[in-house]
Design a protein around this ligand. Structure first.
Ligand SMILES: *[C@@H]1O[C@H](CO)[C@@H](O)[C@H](O)[C@H]1NC(C)=O
Ligand SMILES: *[C@@H]1O[C@H](CO)[C@@H](O)[C@H](O)[C@H]1NC(C)=O
Ligand SMILES: *[C@@H]1O[C@H](CO)[C@@H](O)[C@H](O)[C@H]1NC(C)=O
Ligand SMILES: *[C@@H]1O[C@H](CO)[C@@H](O)[C@H](O)[C@H]1NC(C)=O
Ligand SMILES: CC(=O)N[C@H]1CO[C@H](CO)[C@@H](O)[C@@H]1O
Ligand SMILES: [Zn+2]
Length: 675
């Protein structure tokens, strides 16, 4: 009996390896019976999470089974060196959850997708919600089902439970790699005979280390946000959950986030600042629990309610929320796309938030009230446009939805310093967690606009510097862990210099390439020659000799290696009018340059993320030693959690407190309003 079920499992495994590369039935479910959190998951002691089991019965395709999915599967949990395996419901002293059933489909490969022959899968499932493990050690979860046995090894990390820092400020340069930092240093800082005369603020951090950004091979900002904020790796597009195969994007098994644990344990206040639309993945990951980062309206609602909804305590939503993305706030009557068609400015106001819609009103926000600052439709304008080419601000993107120009937008530094003021006042010494994201490093790298990307990287550096100075002055630096990291990277690098005048004067594409100088012909950075108007930023954004910058993979585009003065760049366009959905070189972009044929699929309009490692800088002070060496992105979560004393040392698995009267909403019903 045992032998034959093992054989079955082995057969399923063989079949899988042939078909599960580009497309996967469910990334975390290599066999037909699976456990979420999956094998190799690490937990903070006391961190709440959901468990989901899925049994898959493909009706056709390469893994087709001739039987319906098992309805009588069992899940047991056993701690190494502890008592023998116990049924999961007994282990967590919870009711047996009801059996769920659904069906989903997937394509096994590109041929199946072209032929439109999806594989249909029937599923049985159960979810145990809101449980925690409080005894450090190794655990084995064993799923026994008609097709065999699936085992997941979990580790509850054994960590120091004492609190070493009051606050954490986490800066995220979205998509920022060490290559970009190197290029930005050459843009903003002079060197004489190869010796830099000034440095980035980042260069002064004593522990620059490397972290692996990889989870599903190439990561997006959603699953890396999940890893940084929860210590659990997830799938692309998932925030604070393990993606399951069910229809609802809101019933996936959740894991508790650092913002939620910190609020629950210490009453800490949470701040979220980003130069992106605020429903984007890196900010949204601090409060949302959904498999689909594109559920923007729901992500915004979660800033108001999610912390409360997860822990079922009376903790309120985030205290500070500054960024773009007004279209998820103003109501549909003005063209907004909001959760349940509500006016979210009104929703926030009703819960006591004061509102700012430009830099001037941001600076005069009271420090003792919760604050919402939404400054534009979509992303905020970048540093280069705000400071060097302000003509480009005329975009009709005012945050009230009235389509007037936002001519007084704040930058990352303005928002971050104000957020700190509010969090310091409102946390009353209980601590705060602030995430501040330089989002357009990533966004402008995607559109191959390297000047705008690196300008925002220098703005991040300037913000870090101003933050350190501020905390030094008010005496809270010693209580505050400051980290600077990235969530993933792009294949960006600089390989020489370009004489843009020579390039412009050549006729043919091949002749133009003669303007590129490599090795000894690259010369030195011309960006910092002359008087710097703003310390740490280029003196001249438009020198004759520029960087020969590029991405490793790209769509069709043209390069002239000059700053795009007329506004953010669009390298490739879709000739829809001519009946094509493919992307071709934008005939209006970099017209003096030469055409570079793309290497990406022709449906791709922009550059994409790459495999590269990204840096982590930890400021000296509390817990610096927790961030040295080369490590995984989840370790940043565990480092921050250890520093804040978020780990618990208890004795066994516990079900979340949901005694009568405390329970606000159960999780897991097939409706996002109900978790
Ligand atoms: C698969 O599920 C569908 C609907 O959920 C059901 O109608 C069908 O009978 C199931 N098929 C098998 C083989 O279990
Ligand atoms: C599986 O069955 C569905 C429904 O009959 C069909 O549309 C699909 O093409 C089949 N897929 C394969 C891989 O045969
Ligand atoms: C800034 O916003 C306030 C109201 O929020 C408004 O009264 C003021 O005119 C705005 N200032 C600018 C420069 O747009
Ligand atoms: C190269 O780019 C040009 C301009 O977009 C396009 O017409 C051509 O088809 C491309 N060639 C390949 C091999 O993709
Ligand atoms: C998304 C969600 O479920 N939000 C709810 C969280 O809890 C508050 C207070 O109970 C509800 O009003 C929200 O609808
Ligand atoms: Zn990106």
């Amino acid at each position: 009996m045992v032998a034959s079920s093992l054989l079955l499992a082995a057969t399923a495994l063989l079949l899988r390896t042939g078909s599960a590369q580009t497309f996967r039935r469910l990334g975390t479910c290599p066999t037909l019976g699976c456990i979420l959190p999956p094998d190799q998951a690490d937990f903070l002691s006391g961190q709440y999470f959901d468990i989901r089991v899925e049994i898959h019965a493909p009706l056709n395709g390469s893994e087709a089974t001739n039987s319906p999915p098992d309805e009588k599967f069992t899940l047991t949990i056993e701690k190494e060196g502890g008592r023998r395996a116990a049924d999961v419901s007994n282990y967590f002293r919870t009711e047996e959850p009801k059996l769920e059933k659904w069906q989903f489909s997937w394509y096994e490969d590109l041929f199946a997708q072209d032929a439109k022959t999806p594989t249909i899968v029937n599923v049985t499932s159960k979810a145990w919600r809101y449980v925690q493990l409080t005894d450090p050690g190794e655990y084995t979860a064993t799923l026994t089902w008609s097709g065999g046995e699936t085992v997941a090894s979990w580790l509850v990390r054994d960590m120091d439970t004492s609190r070493k820092a009051k606050n954490v400020i986490l800066f995220i340069g979205d998509g920022m790699t060490t290559n970009m930092i190197t290029a930005a240093r050459h843009l903003g800082h002079k060197s004489i005979n190869g010796i830099f005369q000034s440095r980035l603020a980042l260069d002064k951090f004593p522990v620059p280390t490397l972290t692996h950004s990889i989870d599903s091979f190439i990561t997006d900002s959603a699953n890396s946000a999940s890893a940084l904020y929860s210590g659990h790796k997830s799938s692309a597009n998932a925030l604070g959950v393990y993606a399951d195969s069910s229809k609802s994007p809101f019933d996936d098994p959740k894991v508790e986030l650092i913002s939620e644990i910190f609020s629950r344990k210490y009453g800490a206040k949470i701040g979220v600042v980003s130069t992106a639309y605020i429903a984007d993945a890196t900010p949204g990951g601090l409060s949302a629990h959904t498999r689909l980062r594109s559920e923007y309206g729901a992500v915004v609602d979660s800033y108001l309610n999610s912390v409360a909804n997860y822990t079922w305590t009376d903790i309120e939503g985030v205290d500070v929320l500054f960024g773009g993305g007004a279209e998820q706030f103003y109501p549909p009557s003005l063209g907004g796309v909001t959760y349940q068609d509500k006016d979210y400015y009104a929703e926030f106001a009703e819960k006591g938030y004061s509102l700012a819609q430009n830099k001037t009103s941001l600076q005069s926000l009271p420090n003792d009230k919760k604050a919402l600052g939404i400054f534009t439709v979509n992303n905020l304008p970048v540093w280069l446009d705000r400071n060097v080419y302000p003509e480009n601000l005329k975009l009709g993107n005012s945050p009230d939805g009235l389509k007037t120009d936002q001519l007084d937008p704040p930058g990352l530094k303005d928002m971050t310093l104000k957020a700190i003021d509010i969090l310091q006042t409102r946390s009353e010494g209980k601590g705060y967690f602030l995430m501040s994201e330089a989002a357009s490093i990533d966004k402008q790298m995607h559109s191959m606009d390297y000047d705008r990307a690196l300008g925002d990287l220098l703005e991040l550096d300037d913000t870090v510097k101003a933050t350190i100075e501020k905390l030094k002055k008010d005496g809270t630096l010693k209580d505050t862990l400051i980290l600077v990291t990235a969530d993933h990277g792009h294949g960006f690098d600089v390989a020489g210099g370009v004489d843009t005048l020579y390039l412009e004067k050549q006729e043919g594409d091949r002749e133009k390439r003669g303007a590129i100088g490599t090795y000894q012909e690259s010369g030195l950075s011309q960006y910092v020659v002359g008087e710097q108007k703003t310390e740490g930023f280029p003196a001249d954004w438009d020198p004759r000799y520029t960087f020969h910058s590029g991405l490793a993979t790209f769509p069709d585009h043209r390069e002239n290696y000059k700053v795009h003065k007329e506004g953010p760049r669009t390298p490739a366009i879709n000739l829809k009018l001519l009946g094509s959905s493919d992307y071709y070189v934008n005939y209006k972009d970099a017209v003096t340059g030469f055409v570079v044929n793309g290497t990406l699929p022709i449906g791709e309009s922009q550059g994409v993320h790459s495999l590269t490692d990204v840096p982590v800088y930890a400021l000296s002070g509390p817990c610096q030693d927790l961030f040295s060496g080369s490590f995984n992105n989840i370790d940043i979560f565990f480092g921050m959690a250890e520093c804040l004393g978020l780990s618990e040392k208890g004795t066994r698995g516990r079900r979340g407190r949901w005694g009568k009267g405390r329970r606000k909403n159960g999780w897991g019903d097939d409706d996002w309003m109900v978790w």
